[in-house]
Design a protein around this ligand. Structure first.
Ligand SMILES: Cc1cc2nc3c(=O)[nH]c(=O)nc-3n(C[C@H](O)[C@H](O)[C@H](O)COP(=O)(O)OP(=O)(O)OC[C@H]3O[C@@H](n4cnc5c(N)ncnc54)[C@H](O)[C@@H]3O)c2cc1C
Length: 451
């Protein structure tokens, strides 16, 4: 027996039967066959950052994909790279460093995330006019439950492609992904302080002005009138290639660690320090790929607590209204906000379990969670309230985090869930690929309905 957990929230301690490292197509096929023969369910894990048990299955076999980390092919003419699904962002960014090509987007806040995890959660970064990650995927090689490897794309095995992207590892193991790259650019960071009421217009101006990336990181102190209202708007615009990179001011790992402590104990001071740092970096030049890499401080919590993240979506004209309501309710619920940011997403018309149903404004909130029944319930209640606020405004929420949404919230945000679950049963009647998140989803959506 082995005990596993997710990296960030550490709220998903799971006892699994076996962890099987895989490093090739063949090893995936034989691991699936062996699990099938022994009647054990299989979950697939990459960087283990999902926070609702999407990568683990109690009593099952975990395929640990991190050994599949090679770059398989680079098409320098078309800007396509084929990588094994266990490769993580820093290795991919480094592998492309001597070419004119660069990744287009990655998640913010952490780097030790695998491409298989990015495909399966259909992630996004801080691109101002980007759709979710599926738009960066040209094709996939997926090992099915029969052990057969199939290429899937918009032209070949299209239904499988639409299910695997954003399908949380339930429709096959991604062996490799061919990704669409962008030309590496130099970008200037432009920073100003802003109020939530200006952000929709400010982001629209930035997009109009050709800026490629941006976000609005807001105040986190509920005692301040600026809570979720005032923030740092940082956007990145292309500059000519001959602009020198120069020396840049950046936060060290120790600075990040101090900031994280302040974000727990002196939230106004944390914001002041963070804002002063960002304002000092306005005008600095970055590379379009490296500026997306992040410093992740592992294990900064005292034991028995951590953070949980959620991401809420609303139509862009309702962002300011949503943030005002969220500030009011998070204060009332005494939620402990440690970090928050807003960014944009374009619509995803391709995946079955699409979350980006509209060109939305995305609000990310990290809440501190004490690992006691009362502490967990306090965070869960706050996130359920945030989901309600988003739904009341015609919005939605992201599934890659906790398992705290209600059945009504799940179905309101994801009306396609019954079809997704039916496709799962049709593709995998024996439910070889499972996770604790899948078991929760299935029972919440289907068994509660039957009752
Ligand atoms: C600090 C932090 C910051 C984050 N920031 C963002 C962000 O900015 N944007 C965003 O969109 N998300 C963000 N996330 C969420 C994160 O991107 C997703 O949870 C992502 O799936 C994690 O990737 P991973 O490699 O850790 O995968 P894991 O957690 O190991 O797995 C996640 C899912 O992918 C599946 N999977 C992994 N590899 C494969 C494979 N080879 N084949 C099939 N299925 C596979 C797993 O079964 C599971 O369902 C963040 C999470 C954290 C903790």
């Amino acid at each position: 027996m082995n005990v596993v957990n997710d990296i960030h929230s550490r709220l998903n301690e799971t006892t699994v039967d076996e962890i099987v490292p895989v490093d090739s197509l063949e090893s995936i096929g034989s691991a699936l066959a062996r699990a099938h023969a022994t009647g054990r369910p299989v979950s697939i894990a990459g960087g283990r950052h999902a926070m609702g048990g999407q990568q683990f299955c109690s009593g099952g076999v975990v395929l640990d994909t991190r050994g599949m980390s090679r770059v398989l092919a680079l098409d320098e003419v078309r800007g396509l790279v084929e990588v094994e699904a266990g490769i993580q962002w820093p290795a991919l960014v480094d592998a492309l460093a001597d070419t004119p090509w660069a990744i287009r987007q990655k998640q913010t806040g952490a780097d030790d995330l695998c491409i298989g995890g990015a495909v399966s959660a259909n992630v996004h970064g801080r691109g101002l006019a980007y759709g979710p990650f599926v738009s960066d995927v040209e094709s996939l090689v997926v090992v099915g439950l029969d052990g057969v490897a199939r290429t899937c794309s918009r032209d070949e095995n299209r239904d499988l492609f639409r299910l695997v992207c954003g399908g949380y590892g339930l429709f096959g193991a991604v062996y490799s992904a061919t990704l669409r790259l962008g030309r590496r650019r130099k970008l200037e960071r432009v920073v100003r302080l802003a109020h939530a009421s200006e952000i929709e217009e400010l982001f629209a101006e930035r997009v109009e002005g050709g800026y490629l990336y941006g976000d609005f990181q807001f105040e986190i102190d509920p005692a301040s009138p600026g809570f979720l209202q005032h923030g740092i708007c940082s956007c990145y615009r292309p500059v000519p290639d001959d602009v020198p990179l120069g020396a840049v001011t950046r936060l060290s790992a120790a600075d990040w660690s101090r900031l994280l402590q302040l974000a727990h104990w002196d939230k106004t001071r944390a914001y002041e320090v963070y804002a002063a740092h960002y304002l000092a970096t306005s005008g600095q030049t970055y590379l379009s790929d490296r500026h997306q890499l992040a410093t992740y401080v592992p294990g900064y919590h005292w034991s028995g607590s951590s953070e949980m993240i959620s991401e809420l979506y609303v139509p862009r004209p309702l962002l300011a209204d949503f943030l005002a309501a969220a500030a009011r309710d998070l204060r009332a619920l005494e939620a402990d906000v440690v970090y928050g940011t807003v960014r944009l997403i374009e619509r995803d018309d391709e995946t079955v379990l699409a979350w980006a149903l509209e060109p939305w404004a995305c609000t990310v909130l990290n809440l501190h969670v004490e690992h006691t029944p009362a502490g967990i319930e306090r965070a869960a209640g706050a996130f359920r309230r945030l989901i309600d606020l988003a739904l009341e405004r015609g919005g939605s929420f992201y599934l890659t985090y906790h398992r705290w949404a209600t059945r009504g919230q799940l179905l309101a945000a994801y009306p396609q869930l019954p079809a997704f679950l039916a496709a799962k049963r049709a593709n995998d009647p024996g439910e070889l690929l499972q996770s604790d998140w899948y078991r929760w989803l299935r029972s919440t959506v289907e068994l509660e309905a039957a009752a």
